[in-house]
Write a protein that binds this ligand. Structure first.
Ligand SMILES: [Zn+2]
Length: 281
């Protein structure tokens, strides 16, 4: 999965230490991140690279600490206040589902989620005054009314619904994703994550579930989510699907051996489908 970067170690404790010259600055513009041109491997600009075209008072005072991987710290920089070195160019974050090395692809995607959150929390949602960075936590605080905002992480479920040797596979009605997936959806206010599983299955395909088993979780920065993977069984023997056509284009039962899926080492959905296909669950 995208977050599995061992032996590299991702550390997201909020420790806003000053940058060193070899630390990376992640600079975003919309869906794009700045990377070195003509490089097969992902390379982000270091502070040393940026020193060549930016006065140090700009460079070393306008950054936000993001996280650490191994001994390298990652900071967020704002493109509008920096001169960008010529050897670098913009790359769409979608490319980083499969970029190499994997730990830097994960850094780009994770930093992008944080960047979007910082961008949308410059002002207080309650009184409209400017927000400032807290010194101890990753949190923005209103200078006027004291409102505290923490990073946005939306819990969601991925559901492997099985019936004997079969599993229910789906295709979304909207978006770019046209391959088979599993039933999925966001948790709603006031429900447990297990209740979200049962509700999403009922809403999307009109079926009841039993015997929920937690599988694994995955941070998915593209949609600000934390995904909880569950397997569960069809309650009863009637496999008839009632499709929510707003959400899904298709939902079909497949025998384990005939599942149309290949391993991709990116998503929890794919790992769950492969685990069932290979008889591991
Ligand atoms: Zn306020």
């Amino acid at each position: 999965m995208i977050q599995e970067i061992a032996p590299h170690k991702f550390r997201n404790e909020y420790r806003p230490v000053p940058p060193k010259s070899q630390d990376f600055m992640l600079i975003y513009e919309g869906r794009k991140v700045l990377v070195r041109k003509d490089s097969a491997e992902i390379v982000f600009p270091t502070f040393q690279d940026l020193e060549q075209c930016n006065p140090s008072e700009t460079l070393y005072q306008k950054y936000t600490y993001l996280f650490e991987i191994d001994e390298i710290h990652f900071y967020r920089g704002e493109s509008r206040s920096l001169n960008l070195p010529e050897e670098y160019e913009w790359a769409d974050v979608q490319l980083f589902r499969t970029g190499s090395p994997k730990y830097l692809a994960f850094a780009a995607v994770t930093g992008w989620q944080m960047n979007r959150w910082y961008e949308t929390h410059q002002f207080c949602g309650r009184c409209g005054k400017p927000m400032v960075h807290d010194s101890k936590e990753r949190m923005m605080r209103c200078t006027e009314c004291g409102l505290m905002e923490f990073p946005k992480i939306c819990p969601a479920v991925i559901v492997g619904l099985t019936h004997g040797n079969k599993i229910l596979m789906t295709k979304y009605a909207r978006g770019e994703h046209k391959r088979y997936a599993l039933v999925a959806g966001y948790a709603e206010t006031g429900e447990t994550i297990e209740e979200a599983v049962a509700r999403e299955v009922m809403e999307e395909v009109g079926l009841k579930v039993k015997n929920l088993r937690y599988y694994k979780s995955q941070p998915w920065s593209y949609s600000d989510s934390l995904l909880f993977g569950f397997f569960c069984e069809l309650d009863g023997d009637d496999e008839t699907v009632t499709l929510d056509q707003n959400e899904l284009a298709v939902a079909e039962w497949f025998e384990r051996e005939e599942m149309p899926v290949e391993a991709n080492d990116i998503s929890l959905t794919n790992e769950m489908m492969m685990a069932f296909k290979n008889g591991l669950v």
